[in-house]
Ligand binder design. Structure first.
Ligand SMILES: [Zn+2]
Length: 277
């Protein structure tokens, strides 16, 4: 397992403070801009995304309510439709783009995972680019919408990918992304045992402040951040028996907190929209 040191993706600084070590991966916070990231990280990180990675994980088919949620999202993008071009970076199995295509959008997918690419081609998407998020080749000023769903935490340089996305968008176009929230209540309660801390795969951990900062650095404005969801799940990547118990007082409150947390910035998923002007 060969490792490589990295500096802060937002401000290039090497000045940082160690937070904790999980499964051998050191998580640090940049002293200049506050970004949390893993350093050193796996040297062959990109190869990991090509041959395994999370793009090929998840459901083999979607439930009715999952399809409904995607259709609702696609319909909300209607007001941006002028060039009729939509791009998803890290398209995975293509659940979102498949519905967008059914609604008449011309779809573009950027994906590096080999199995995911096979499926994207099988469902007949028009443009499937087997290229990295940082360096993909698509026309500039071309897209009404760029979507990145649970992707930027996996990238070697989210800043380069966002700059590339900004160039690809037309003026007035929308970027819509989601990522986990390091400043969430779930992470604060669970500490390093938080389920999304997985240093081999999730190498940059954003918070509302740092996602706002990186989007501004990449050319976006009018940044809108919502958060949602509170869960105490700890066993996605780790055997549950190795983990400490969730504090007892939290359990009866879990559902209530889950409902209410979307009114705060402490939910564990951030859903972010920003515009290119
Ligand atoms: Zn920094």
């Amino acid at each position: 397992m060969e490792l490589t040191e990295t500096s802060c993706d937002i401000c290039n600084s090497d000045d940082r403070t160690g937070l904790f070590v999980k499964e051998g991966f050191v998580h640090v916070r940049c002293n200049r801009c506050g970004l949390v990231y893993v350093s050193p990280r796996l040297k062959d990180h990109l190869a990991g995304q090509v041959f395994s990675g999370t793009a090929e994980m998840g459901d083999e088919s979607l439930s009715g309510s999952q399809v409904k949620r995607i259709l609702f999202e696609v319909k909300r993008l209607e007001k941006y439709r002028t060039t009729n071009q939509i791009l998803e970076i890290g398209a995975g199995k293509g659940w979102f783009l498949e519905q967008a295509k059914n609604m008449g959008w011309e779809t573009w997918a950027v994906e590096v995972n080999a199995k995911a690419i096979d499926r994207l081609e099988d469902i007949g998407l028009k443009h499937v680019l087997n290229q990295s998020a940082e360096l993909f080749e698509a026309p500039d000023g071309h897209f009404d919408v760029v979507r990145m769903w649970d992707v930027i935490e996996h990238l070697q340089s989210p800043r380069k990918a966002l700059e590339r996305a900004c160039r690809a968008l037309r003026p007035g176009g929308l970027i819509r992304l989601s990522t986990t929230n390091f400043a969430s209540l779930s992470r604060i309660i669970n500490g390093p045992e938080w389920v999304y801390l997985n240093g081999a795969d999730h190498i940059i951990l954003f918070e509302p402040d740092t996602i706002d900062r990186i989007l501004r650095h990449s050319g976006f404005s009018n940044i809108r951040i919502k958060t949602r969801s509170f869960n105490l799940r700890r066993k996605l990547y780790h055997p549950e028996k190795d983990l400490t118990k969730v504090p007892l007082f939290v359990k009866p409150l879990r559902k209530f907190i889950d409902e209410m947390i979307r009114f705060s910035r402490f939910g564990h998923q951030m859903i972010v929209e920003a515009s290119k002007y």
